[in-house]
Every structure is written in C-alpha cells, then in structure tokens.
Design a binder for this molecule. Sequence first.
Ligand SMILES: Nc1nc(=O)c2cc3nc(NCCN4CCCCC4)[nH]c3cc2[nH]1
Length: 373
Amino acid sequence: MIENFSFSLLATDGKARRGEISMPRGRIRTPAFMPVGTGGTVKAMYMDQVRGVGADIILGNTYHLMLRPGAERVARLGGLHEFARWPHPILTDSGGFQVMSLSKLRKLTEHGVTFRSHIDGSPYEMSPERSIEIQGLLHSDIQMQLDECTALPADAKEIERAMELSLRWAERCKTAFGDQPGKAMFGIVQGGDIAPLRVRSAQALSAMDLKGYAIGGLAVGEPQAVMLDMLDITCPELPTQKPRYLMGVGTPDDILKSVARGIDMFDCVMPTRAGRHGLAYTRRGKINLRNARHADDPRPLDEESDCPAARDYSRAYLHHLVRSQEALGAMLLTWNNLSYYQKLMQHIRDAIEAGQFDARAAVITEGWARGDL
Ligand SMILES: Nc1nc(=O)c2cc3nc(NCCN4CCCCC4)[nH]c3cc2[nH]1
C-alpha cells in the first residue's frame, strides 16, 4: 500500500524526463496524458475503456462539479472516484480558469472571485480556501491552487498583477490544504509571455516547497513558439525532483515539443472533443471522417492498432456514423483518439528510457507529414 505522494525520476534524455508518481490510488507513468473528465465523465467513454487505453489518471473540474451535481452531494455519495467508478488517481483543476472563461458577471477581488453559474445564473463565490475545500470534498488526489490566468495578449501590468495575486493565493491554498501525505497540491506558474515574470513566479512557488508545479497561463491563443519559449524560461527555475504539468496542452506536436523542454504531465480536451466532431488522430496525421472521400473506403483507421475502434471499423462506416450523427460515431472516434494519445505517450516514455527521444520524435513527426495513405 502506497502511503505518500512521491515522484521518482527514472531516466532523462536531454531535458526530456521519464518518471513515475506514486500515490495511494496508483502509479502515474510520466510523461503522462490525462484524459479530461470535466463533469465526472470522459465524454462518450466508459471508464473501463479509459483505463483500457492506458490512462493512469484523469482530470476533473471543480467549476463544473460544484455547479452540478454539487461538491457536497458528491462527497455524500462517497467522492468522485466512487461516483464516477474511476478508482485510480484524479487531478482536479481549481476552477479559476473555468470561472473566467465560462461564467457570467464575475467579480475578482483579493479574497476570491464571485460569479454566476453559466448553467442557471445562480450566484457563487470561490476563494482559494473554498476551491481547496471543494477539491477535498471530491476526494481529488492532485489538487490545483486557485489562480488567475491572464488571457493573452495582455499588458505587462495586468499580467504582473494576476501573477502576484496567484502567488498570494498559492500561499493560502497551501495553508488550506495542510498536510495530506497521500495527496498533493500543485502551484501554478503564471506570468503570461513575459520572461522575468515567469522566472519570478516559478522561483517564488519553488520556495514554497510544493509537491508539484503546473505551468498555467499558456495555450490561451498564443503561437506555439511563444508557449515553447516560456517553457524554456520556466522549467529551469522549477525543482528537478518535482513533477511539471503543462495545463491544457495539447496537440501531439505540442506534447512532443513540450516533453523535449522538460514537461511531465499534460491534459487537453483535443482527443475527446475532436472525436465528437468526427476527427480521428492516427499515426499518419488527422483524418476528418465527415469528408465525402471516406464514403466508400473499406480500410480501418489503422489496421496495426490494438484498439478495436482503429482496427475493426471501416472508414466508410465511421463516415456514415459521423454524417448520421449517430452516438456510436463519437464513441468510436473518442476511443480511437484516446488510444492514439496514450500510445504516443508510451512511445515517448520508451524513447526517453532508450536515450533516443529526439530520433524517435522525428520519426513520429514524419509519420504525420506522410499524411493519410
Ligand atoms: N487553473 C488553471 N490555470 C491556468 O492558467 C490554466 C491555463 C490553461 N490553458 C488551457 N488551455 C486549453 C486550450 N484548449 C485547447 C483545445 C481546445 C480548447 C482549449 N487550459 C488551461 C487551464 C488552466 N487552469
């Protein structure tokens, strides 16, 4: 029985890291991709399938779950793992990002943020303390600090104000979280696209000796090059022996390039959302199954895959399901996409262990360039 939260670095290849997080509910192989389970479900998937494609951990959202079905209700029903029948680790986002991107009439002060639900307009308040309380009620294993993510582009003063507020909120979240050996609370580095602010945020959070560090305020519309530059600036300021989580990222190409800069954990709605919109991720790049060119194509998405959704169904059938808006279309494409993302992560982990990350990353990228054969 694993009592505490621990992170071990098993191998490195340049700045790329192969590690493992051990927690009471299980181990997380890094670099890791976390399927997004916003409302306590990974949309269009059974949790057994999510496990079956190789996910070690999923992401839940404080904002969505506090609005519906309510954090106290989930706690009364045994916590999110019991509620959603996912017994493995869960990381929850703290709600700040979702409040600012989804809710209405929000007002942000030093104390926290007040807002109205995007579902029914009812009023809520979220402070650093309440966010940690909600994540505790959900029985979350890895809890994120409440922060303020600045949308880019923004002026330097605004980015600095939000970064400094987030540091004060990190202290309050650390105090509220207290000492929970089998769980972790991660700080979130802010600072927009301004290098000195990123350094200041990372150094101040490192001094708080937290169990892990997220890099936030990115994947908010900035070019990939800007995001990658911020990783080059931020990662060296974070402790080597702690996990680094890049929030909301990303495409397969984003993930390869971010692993190469020292990132250990990822989450993104891309594979699940794309699946519901008829898009399939494959070793040969993305395929839009809505396109009429697939109407008579008897080939599966990838005959070499061990995922039934990729191996056993013709593109013609998938095209038919997508065009007919059949639920099975979203189910099969989501299954395929999550399987592809987890296989990508396994290739990445193997490549780092073999000391061949750069060479194998290049082969993967060439595969996408080769296009859909
Ligand atoms: N607490 C918190 N802080 C952040 O700075 C943050 C920054 C983030 N940046 C993203 N980007 C999501 C990009 N996503 C790409 C696929 C389509 C939908 C949007 N998600 C984020 C979540 C975040 N959560």
